[in-house]
Design a protein around this ligand. Structure first.
Ligand code: NAP
Length: 561
């Protein structure tokens, strides 16, 4: 099949597609729209049976945004903004999946998507300068441009404990929650993990199960989500404000409406700080985290004070003081790990049918046929829920055999730490784009705000190439080093560099990712700085990217760094 597109791509090779996008989640949906709008012959390969990514898979009770719904939706289409009505401030998974389907159907994007197509390997052929893609259905496809829209949290990890296969009841990872309705009534349920996912599940199911036992190794700081319904009138008001909303998101570090308090922490007295926190704690969403003083992220003393404040809030909501103390993190301060937002999570522990097992004191020994054994006790369950997190950001890349020039694999290259240019390209891996890769602006921000920037930038880069008949791009080693050094430097001022979280590449269940080694996974400079950086590169004729036209032996190296 000859490559076709209404933009004339000068190429002496044939490929099945000009571009293959891997992943039909939030990023992949927008990316295929932009590419096909350009007239590119492009397709999406998606491992799941349908589109939606995170919102297709995370069907656990309580799964919902913790971004305000109207800041999470795509901003690229006025028609979508006009036609879609959000019903809750923090919309739940079924509605979110409906939304993504609405967008895909509105622009007739399904016709470009192929489901149940897991990409097993992607190998760059230096002769033809095409990517060869091996798909789980047995096909080998080729493309010139490979866009990996794999998501940040799409590689779930099970705990590395013995006996998981032995359990005779029902069990699953939250990412694989059954699609059919699960009747939890009268069930004895055990849940491992107390991250953002477990915190949503526990708050939601505590009053629906017979009995719930929570196995907690490390507590997380939590704050109330303060969700509410959005009335038709409120939705009209939101619609009128969309321009303003997205402008605000663009100027805040996290891509939210929440703007940091720009007064210095030490410029106001403690009483004023506490008054501010009293207000923020009752506001919706990440207010208490992101509308706070910026010093809480960088200054030990400031962080200790907000941590003490939140600890008091926890003590005020949990009846049993022993349980309350167990729920207060001692190994990290408030906000230096991504803060899980909760609805009724702390109050769940005031119920007689909910039990907290501190497995830092009595570690898990194994899963048994009947349940879970700790060093102290054997628990019997009908259902075990593994809310044990993800091999975050790089995990989904590691699970594909990606080979660039000279047989180099991405897995090897990133073994110690990801290295990227702008979080969107990797030296040695030509014609590979990652709109939301490690070290990009998407990983640490309100995701759709981040990926729209990434997808737009990648698309404009391809337009730039097509206009100039360029067929080859590759980040230079120097540019990659510069960016990665910059990302590392950004970590140095943040207290989060010391935290065991997916932002530092921690996952106790993945070999090499255990506590103790920091991986520089996300860009911490905030949305405005990121957008300025990628904009500057574009404005300088994509400084840091090596382009070429034609086949490999072409001596037309048109733009060099
Ligand atoms: P997570 O934050 O990585 O939490 C995993 C939990 O499982 C931790 O409590 C961990 O304990 C525990 N765990 C893992 N292995 C264990 C083992 N072998 N034994 C005992 N405990 C074990 O994962 P997550 O809760 O799925 O959240 C990941 C991210 O997803 C969040 O940070 C957030 O960004 C995103 N998320 C977003 C939303 C939303 O937008 N509304 C909702 C849910 C999740 P340790 O900490 O001790 O390792």
């Amino acid at each position: 099949m000859k490559v076709q597109g209404n933009l004339d791509m000068k190429s002496n090779t044939e490929a099945d597609y000009e571009a293959i996008v891997v992943g039909a989640g939030v990023a992949g949906i927008y990316q295929i729209k932009r590419l096909t709008d350009m007239g590119m012959k492009a397709t999406v390969l998606e491992a799941d049976p349908d589109l939606g990514g995170t919102w297709y898979n995370n069907r656990y009770p309580g799964a919902r945004f913790d971004s305000e719904s109207y800041t999470y939706g795509y901003s690229f289409s006025r028609e979508v903004l006009d036609e879609w009505n959000w019903k809750e401030m923090f919309s739940a998974q079924p509605e979110n999946l409906k939304y993504l389907n609405f967008v895909a159907d509105k622009f007739d994007l399904r016709k470009y998507m192929q489901f149940n197509c897991r990409v097993q390997s992607a190998i760059f052929d230096e002769e033809t300068e095409l990517w060869k893609i091996q798909v789980s259905d047995g096909r080998d496809l080729t493309c010139r441009i490979l866009v990996l829209a794999l998501g940040l949290l799409s590689q779930p990890t099970m705990p590395r404990i013995e006996g998981v296969e032995d359990f005779k009841g029902r069990s699953w990872h939250t990412y694989g929650w059954p699609h059919e309705q699960v009747d939890l009534s009268n069930q004895r349920v055990g849940i491992i993990g107390t991250g953002a996912t477990a915190i949503q599940v526990i708050g939601e199911i505590a009053d629906k199960v017979g009995d719930l036992t929570v196995f907690q190794r490390r507590p997380n700081w939590v704050a109330p989500l303060n969700n509410s319904e959005i009335s038709a009138d409120q939705m009209d008001e939101i619609r009128d404000r969309y321009d303003e909303i997205f402008e605000t998101c663009a100027r805040t570090p996290g891509g939210f409406e929440h703007e940091p308090d720009r007064r210095g922490f030490y410029e106001v007295n403690q009483q004023e700080r506490y008054e501010l926190w009293d207000r923020l704690y009752d506001e919706p969403g990440f207010s208490i985290w992101l509308k706070n003083f910026r010093e809480i992220f960088t200054d030990e003393e400031a962080n200790a004070e907000i941590s003490a404040y939140i600890a008091e809030r926890i003590r005020g909501r949990v009846d049993d003081p022993v349980v309350a103390e167990k729920l207060i993190p001692k190994d990290h301060g408030f906000g230096v790990q991504r803060v899980p937002m909760e609805t009724g999570y702390l109050e769940a522990y005031n119920r007689d049918n909910v039990h907290l097992v501190d497995i830092s004191e009595t570690p898990l020994e194994r899963v048994t046929a009947a349940g879970i054994r700790t060093t102290e006790h054997e628990f019997e369950f009908d259902i075990i829920i593994y809310a044990t997190g993800f091999d975050a950001i790089t995990g989904s890349f590691d699970h594909i055999d990606i080979q660039g020039r000279d047989g180099m694999t991405l897995r090897e290259k990133w073994f110690d730490n990801p290295t990227t240019f702008l979080g969107m390209m990797v030296s040695g891996f030509p014609n590979l784009l990652m709109p939301s890769g490690p070290q990009s602006g998407s990983a640490s921000t309100n995701y759709p705000r981040g990926i729209e920037n990434g997808v737009d930038w990648c698309t404009e880069l391809l337009e730039y190439m097509w206009e100039r008949d360029l067929t080859y791009l590759e980040a230079t080693e120097e540019a990659e080093k510069r960016w990665t050094d910059h990302v590392v430097k950004m970590y140095s001022v943040m207290l989060m560099r010391k935290a065991q979280s997916w932002f530092t590449g921690y996952n106790s269940n993945v070999e090499g990712h255990e506590a103790g080694k920091v991986r520089y996974m996300v860009y911490n400079g905030g949305t405005p700085k990121y957008v300025a950086s990628i904009g500057e590169v574009a404005s300088k004729d994509y400084e840091g990217i090596r382009f070429a036209a034609g086949a490999k032996d072409s001596d037309e190296l048109l733009v060099a760094d």
